[in-house]
Design a binder for this molecule. Sequence first.
Ligand SMILES: Cc1cc2nc3c(=O)[nH]c(=O)nc-3n(C[C@H](O)[C@H](O)[C@H](O)COP(=O)(O)O)c2cc1C
Length: 171
Amino acid sequence: MEFFDLIEARYSCKKYADKQVSKEELEMIFEAGRLAPTAKNSQEQRIYVVQSEEGLEKIDSLTPCRYGAKTVLIFACDVNGEYIYEGTNQTSGNEDISIVATHVMLAAKNIGVESCWINKFNPIKCAEIFDLPKNERVVLLMDLGYADKEGGKPLINHFKRKDITEYVIYK
Ligand SMILES: Cc1cc2nc3c(=O)[nH]c(=O)nc-3n(C[C@H](O)[C@H](O)[C@H](O)COP(=O)(O)O)c2cc1C
């Protein structure tokens, strides 16, 4: 897809069809994540792919936002790889992982796979129930799948964006 058509077409899907994303599609999607930039090129992202019944039940115990997706990604950050901003405690992990996740989201859309970014969950509880290593911080969850033909269309918020003049300030 042409770049602007792609970013216009991407939306948060909130009802998925009963169809799994294939391994080949996932590989293509993850390649886009692999090419994402990270601070100091530290590539501290970790992506856990949840597809088993047991794993999806755990996701459902964390959030109401799976919307029937048969694949959910857990994006985590290896805290040992984070860049620390000079003179502060501020770290780059959430930014790095968000860029990776954005690449993933757009690459998915490019091959017809819909997504929804989720932050309505407790990341500490998520790390616990999936038994993630102690050096990893969960940043976000992402549903992946095919849109349900009836209810999987963009919601009203997708069409509501501020005018550029409301947030671009020339100094
Ligand atoms: C950081 C972030 C967190 C979000 N968390 C949730 C969530 O927990 N549940 C949900 O249904 N949608 C979530 N969304 C989707 C937003 O509601 C959605 O992107 C926004 O309303 C614009 O709609 P669109 O993505 O269809 O263009 C999240 C999006 C972002 C970027």
